[in-house]
Design a protein around this ligand. Structure first.
Ligand SMILES: Nc1ncnc2c1ncn2[C@@H]1O[C@H](COP(=O)(O)OP(=O)(O)O)[C@@H](O)[C@H]1O
Ligand SMILES: [Mg+2]
Length: 373
């Protein structure tokens, strides 16, 4: 077996994909019934892998818009219009017989039929006298009407959508998307992003345009039980036997079930061991992962304020269950009010997250660097 295929650092496909059965069913249900979804989790928890797996299973045409590098309103407009044009091509194909319908709904955009190819594909040209918001809403509605006409479904993934919330003109775009999204029955939107704090503000604040538009889907870490089956399957393929309980527990403990770090560690472990790995081999592989990540982690750490750093160090050494205790305040030499402020900022910046029992570092690899000997 090739470990990189079973434990990829990029999207997980096929046999690399572990569990997510409930999430798959929920997302599938939303797509099939034309509901919009708001998919929220820190980066590298498996949002893209889940979306692509489900859409493939649903067997509907789709297009993904990534706003990670979007700079301004114009850039967002371009990216959405291009995505929609591409999706019209994929889902409708030739629009030759649909020109009356297109003309009826294109009030601002200038539709152009491209007859250079065998099929009559549609191009949507922007006019200067309409706003990006108007153009976006109109393009989305044209696609929806075409899908209705052909009785087809399609999906648009709007990835790293929080970037729009941080833009000066973002609200206009959010409003336009809401306007169009309310009319949709065939086109289903998936808003996803890796800053839960910003995304939640966009969808859960009643003053924001996208309030209550979507079904929320929270992606948590995959359970130990599911990872046990997943890793043991790979262990059997590689070494003809399952991992010992201690070895498995060590993998869970170090990675804290962070999907990216499990794959990183296991890829290393599976590639470097000709025999079933022991706890020592796991420790060895984890050290290698940390070494490779060290400079990035240190750069991230050095960008924090002194109080934020103290919280990170505290969480690494004592865990996040008693962060607001007197003892914690004493250990960090910080008053409760400063702890609370630093915690909020670290949540906003995606360094830590709330759990059922307290707080934890999102990136487990920080622990090794910040633990005091
Ligand atoms: N269901 C899954 N089973 C196993 N590994 C997964 C799963 N989903 C994601 N991963 C792994 O987690 C890491 C991040 O996945 P990705 O889908 O790119 O996350 P995101 O889009 O949230 O940043 C990758 O290493 C990927 O292979
Ligand atoms: Mg992603």
């Amino acid at each position: 077996m090739r470990p990189r295929q079973y434990f990829p650092l990029g999207k997980a496909y096929g046999k690399a994909f572990c569990n997510r059965v409930d999430e798959t069913n929920k997302l599938m249900g939303n797509i099939k019934s034309g509901k919009h979804t708001f998919l929220v989790a820190p980066r590298r928890y498996g949002k893209s892998s889940l979306c692509e797996k489900v859409i493939e299973l649903a067997d509907v045409p789709w297009s993904k818009l990534d706003f990670h590098l979007a700079i301004n309103e114009k850039g967002v407009e371009r990216s959405i219009i291009n995505g929609i044009t591409e999706l019209i091509g994929k889902s409708i194909g030739s629009v030759e017989k649909l020109t009356t319908l297109i003309k009826k709904y294109a009030k601002k955009l200038k539709p152009k039929l491209n007859i250079a190819t065998k099929i009559f594909s549609l191009e949507l040209e922007l006019s200067d006298d309409s706003t990006p918001g108007e153009n976006i809403a109109e393009a989305m509605l044209i696609l929806e009407k075409l899908l209705c006409e052909r009785n087809k479904q399609a999906v648009i993934i709007l990835d790293e959508f929080q970037e729009i919330g941080t833009m000066k003109e973002g609200k206009g775009i959010e409003g336009a998307i809401r306007h169009a999204a309310q009319e949709m029955s065939q086109l289903s939107l998936i808003f996803s992003g890796s800053n839960p704090h910003l995304l939640r503000a966009m969808f859960e604040d009643e003053r924001r345009p996208l309030y209550k538009l979507c079904r929320k889907l929270i992606l948590d870490r995959i359970s130990e039980e599911h990872y046990k089956q997943h890793l043991n399957k790979a262990a059997k393929m590689m070494w003809d036997t399952e991992l010992s309980d201690q070895t498995f527990e060590r993998i869970m403990l170090l990675t804290e079930r962070h999907p990216y770090y499990i794959n990183y560690l296991c890829d290393e472990l599976w590639s470097e061991n000709t025999k079933i790995p022991s706890i020592t081999s796991v420790n060895h592989a984890w050290n290698k992962v940390i070494e490779e990540e060290r400079s990035d982690l240190l750069k991230d750490f050095s960008s924090l304020s002194e109080n934020q750093k103290k919280i990170m160090v505290y969480l690494s050494n004592y865990g996040g269950e008693n962060l607001y205790s007197d003892d914690a305040a004493k250990k960090m030499d910080m008053p409760a009010s400063s702890i609370s402020r630093a915690v909020s900022t670290l949540i906003e910046k995606d360094y830590i997250e709330k759990t059922k029992t307290g707080y934890r570092l999102i990136v487990p690899a920080f622990k090794m660097l910040l633990i005091k000997n």
